[in-house]
Design a protein around this ligand. Structure first.
Ligand code: AMP
Length: 364
């Protein structure tokens, strides 16, 4: 069985690495000839909206999935094999306004927001939401790109000048206590599994560190209920992620990703079945695997510069994942994971390694 994957980044590469032991084959499509997944599987090179190449991908595959959600959904219509997750789920996640409406319709608490397409709509949004606020492009934002925090009217003016050419969303800036995410998977037969909540530390809009499990059984139950509603709403097949702010013991949904997610990388070594394997199992119509954590995990992203391999591997118990990408400032080049018997031992490890791997970053 061949799984066609649109997008050949590190997520795709880790999907293939998880799928090979199950006897599955992979075929990727990416814009870049040097895409990381191309080092482990055959790769077609084309724009994501190229109907002809997408048809070729689908005709050589049994199912098509994604490692990137910003594929033009129209170009996926009428492909000769199933597309999982569905185009509807993809479309909702591509536009921050549709995403907010979906959360509201499903009773999932989210930030207060207004759609903004003109200076006057921005002024109205700010008078209703107040400052501080966040201004974001509705589409194509990731890793903090296409967004600005607004603390003053003059910052709002500067952000409008920078971002205003595209449709925007303005939302309240949440003074969160922490950021968490939940990942879950739904199979073709409707079975669902959920991973333990992950605690995420971002800097400059980019995920830097994840630790899991977060604990807090009440928040876990709530997060599973929220994610479960989205999974059922779309009759979703595959892994889905929702990121939340935690504020005074409440969960406030920030955004969702219809795919495997950076905050779930710890599951490769830290859970019975990794997010990658469960996504592959789901889209291939196979039974889902157990999601239980095997200990207390930490994942540190390696961004912009790859430390020497030997320096990382000199720490006993550390797992390294290098994505085979050219270094560039702000680029995710790899990650490393550590699984400890206690949360205390794990956090001590993170505090020892962070100054070397991610200077200036601290965990809560
Ligand atoms: P996003 O691309 O929406 O996931 O935003 C990236 C990061 O920016 C989030 O993980 C937060 O750290 C921060 N952020 C985004 N939106 C807000 C908000 N409304 N309030 C506070 N922080 C935010």
């Amino acid at each position: 069985m061949t799984i066609g994957v649109v997008g050949g980044g590190q997520l795709g590469r880790m999907l293939a690495i998880a799928g090979y032991p199950l006897g599955l084959d992979f075929l990727f499509l990416d814009r870049e000839r040097t895409a990381p997944a191309g080092q482990v599987a055959p790769l077609l090179t084309a724009e994501f909206g190229d109907r002809e190449r997408l048809r070729e991908l689908a005709s050589r595959s049994d199912v098509v999935t994604f490692d990137w959600e910003n594929v033009p959904v129209e170009s996926l219509r009428g492909l000769p094999c199933p597309v999982r997750p569905s185009r509807a789920a993809l479309a909702a996640a591509q536009d921050r306004v549709s995403e907010k409406r979906l959360f509201e319709r499903l009773g999932i608490p989210t930030t207060r927001w207004r759609s903004v397409e003109s200076r006057s709509e921005l002024a109205r949004a700010l008078s209703e939401i107040g400052l501080p606020a966040m201004l974001k492009t509705r589409r194509l934002g990731y890793d903090g790109k296409g967004q600005a925090a607004l603390r003053t009217r003059s910052e709002a003016e500067a952000a409008w000048e920078r971002l205003g050419a595209a449709p925007l969303i303005c939302e309240e800036l949440v003074p969160f206590d922490s950021e968490v995410s939940i990942l879950g998977a739904r199979g073709v037969d409707g079975a669902t599994v959920f991973y333990p909540l992950c605690l995420n530390t971002h800097a400059g809009g980019i995920l830097r560190v994840t630790t899991a499990p977060y604990g807090r059984p009440q928040l876990q139950r709530l997060a599973e209920r929220h994610l479960g509603r989205v999974l059922v709403h779309f009759r979703y097949v595959g892994v889905l992620t929702i990121e939340f702010f935690v504020r005074a013991g409440r969960l406030i949904a920030n955004e969702m990703a219809p795919r495997v997610h950076n905050s779930g990388h710890w599951t490769i070594e830290g859970a019975v079945t990794s997010q990658f394997e469960n996504h592959v199992r789901a889209v291939a119509g196979l039974p889902l695997g157990e999601t239980r954590a095997l200990g207390h995990s930490a994942m540190i992203n390696l961004i912009g510069r790859m430390p020497p391999r030997a320096r990382i591997l000199a720490h006993p118990g550390v797992h390294l994942h290098a994505y085979g990408k050219e270094p560039r400032p702000g680029r995710k080049l790899g990650h490393c994971t550590f699984v400890a018997p206690t949360a205390h031992a794990r956090d001590a490890w993170v505090r020892r390694l962070l100054p070397k791997l991610a200077p200036g970053i601290r965990i809560p």
